[in-house]
Design a binder for this molecule. Structure first.
Ligand SMILES: CC(=O)[C@@H](O)[C@H](O)COP(=O)(O)O
Length: 265
């Protein structure tokens, strides 16, 4: 039941598919499969990326088995691809192996920054959309590129907060706000989250969801951090829906002085 202090039922909808959780998890960097499993459960995630170049779908005891066991949706990731051609091929292999047309499209420019290559990314997005994929591109925090990806038919746009694995948080909140204002598809803040307050900020800025991996998988206590991220995403979303007060340059007394004179106080 909805009350004044609970948000209305508020599922994330991507390409017509509903998710109760707005936290998308990545799987890279965990010290063991068991630790990863505990963290995924603590996060409450319903959708988790798997790098296709680092997983063998036929291997027993793989992360895919963990996801399957807990009914968590798989989002194949083209991580490690440097060209449009590589990414398209990887997505097609993933569709074949995992039976899903959904893909996290990652086409990176170099190994030092792991930043997206905008030219190759847009080309790959256009080709994959034309081939029937549901494309969720990892993109720069560039409002123009985000719009071009949406126009290309992507089901969401996923701007970075900061480079993958950097934990630097959201370096350009202004651009994230611009992307959110202009987007007609869900905006998922992807990469660079360092701690729970970064995830909350992403949601307060109006993002529809957060995708993160390193902050959890390389935390000293991954499951505890995963739980913190879950709460942060929920809190940030609630704050966004509640409508924050405007920022003021000068003080404004929180209680009015009107009426005090009448009582003689
Ligand atoms: C798991 C995944 O998809 C990553 O490539 C993603 O971009 C997350 O980045 P962080 O590891 O910085 O959270």
């Amino acid at each position: 039941m909805e009350t004044t202090h609970t948000a209305p039922a508020d599922p994330l909808v991507i390409a017509g598919r509903e998710f109760g959780s707005r936290l998308v998890m990545g799987t890279g960097g965990a010290p063991s499969l068991h630790v990863l499993e505990e963290a995924l459960l603590a996060s409450g995630t319903e959708l988790t990326t798997v790098a296709m170049r680092r997983v063998d779908p036929a291997t027993k005891g793989s992360v895919l088995e963990v996801l399957d066991r807990h009914g968590i949706g798989v989002l194949p990731n083209t991580a490690g691809c440097f060209t449009s051609g590589e990414a398209v091929l990887t997505a097609r292999l993933a569709r074949e192996a995992l039976g899903t047309p959904w893909v996290k499209l990652e086409v990176i420019a170099d190994e030092h920054t792991l930043l997206p290559d905008p030219v190759e990314l847009l080309d790959a997005a256009e080709r994959l959309v034309a081939d029937g994929f549901t494309v969720l591109p990892y993109t720069n925090d560039d409002p123009v590129l985000a719009q071009r990806l949406e126009q290309a038919g992507c089901a969401a746009v996923m701007p970075l907060g900061a480079p993958i694995g950097s934990g630097m948080g959201i370096r350009n909140p202004h651009n994230i706000e611009l992307i959110v204002e202009r987007a007609g598809v869900p905006v998922i803040l992807d990469a660079g989250i360092g701690t729970a307050s970064d995830a909350a900020l992403a949601m307060e800025l109006g993002c529809d969801a957060v995708l993160l991996a390193t902050a959890v998988t390389r935390a000293q206590r991954p499951a505890l951090m995963a739980a913190a991220m879950r709460h942060a995403v929920e809190a940030g979303r609630a704050a966004r829906l509640a409508g924050r007060i405007p920022v003021r340059r000068l003080a404004q007394a929180s209680s009015s002085f009107a009426g005090l004179a009448a009582t003689g106080l």
